[in-house]
Design a protein around this ligand. Structure first.
Ligand code: GRF
Length: 203
């Protein structure tokens, strides 16, 4: 499967996906990295890894629909089959999300459906959680609400602050996301009537 990764920032999940996809038997090929911010540090990291990477600056567009149209043109031009959001901090239009239904995934730094949105680590601490983690899910128009593909949990430890907790979670993100993408790209999981269907061998 031909995959595009969309980023807005440092791109550490992107790097872990690029590295995993180097394995000869990995079922997906990362062929394009796009950022909505020209200053996204991940762009240089992608280029250093030999992946075509460029910014489509959302500030250059009058509205979300015209930005998404530019994105769509770029993705179509590269023959993309699957979109992987990795720290992509821009809301996509419902039309774009629906056009990619079942073919676009995201990673979120909490155990969904808990703590949708931002500042998840601080909110998990505030709630007194003893477990926290990350979730890979299909993207649907409602934010962070799509069908769950995979999750990983970490303990919340005494003395944690948002930073130490985030550091523990991101280690799991870097492991979980390449595994979840392989599952989907290899046909081990698919979206079926709004639910994730696992292939026999993955149950
Ligand atoms: C990750 O924690 C991801 O779960 C969240 O944004 C962060 C992106 O980090 N959506 P990076 O850009 O992959 O390093």
């Amino acid at each position: 499967k031909r995959v595009a990764i969309l980023i807005s920032g440092r791109g550490s999940n992107m790097v872990s996906l690029i590295e995993a996809a180097r394995a000869p038997d990995y079922p997906a090929e990362i062929v394009l990295v796009l950022a909505n911010r020209p200053d996204a540090a991940g762009l240089t990291r992608a280029q250093a890894a030999g992946i075509p990477a460029r910014a489509i600056d959302h500030k250059g567009f009058a509205d979300r629909a015209s930005f998404d149209a530019a994105l769509q043109a770029e993705l179509e031009g590269a023959g993309i089959e699957l979109i992987v959001l990795a720290g992509f901090m821009r809301i996509l239009t419902d039309a774009f999300v629906e056009a990619w239904a079942g073919r676009m995934i995201n990673i979120h730094p909490s155990l969904l459906p808990l703590f949708k949105g931002t500042h998840t680590h601080a909110r998990a601490l505030e709630a007194g959680m003893r477990l926290h983690g990350c979730t890979v899910h299909y993207v649907v128009p409602e934010l962070d609400a799509g069908p769950i593909v995979a999750q990983a949990a970490v303990p919340v430890l005494p003395g944690d602050d948002a930073e130490t907790l985030a550091a523990r979670v991101i280690v799991q993100e870097h492991r979980l996301y390449p595994a979840a993408l392989a599952l989907i790209a290899g046909g081990g999981a698919a979206l079926d009537g709004g639910r994730v269907r696992l292939a026999e061998a993955e149950r």
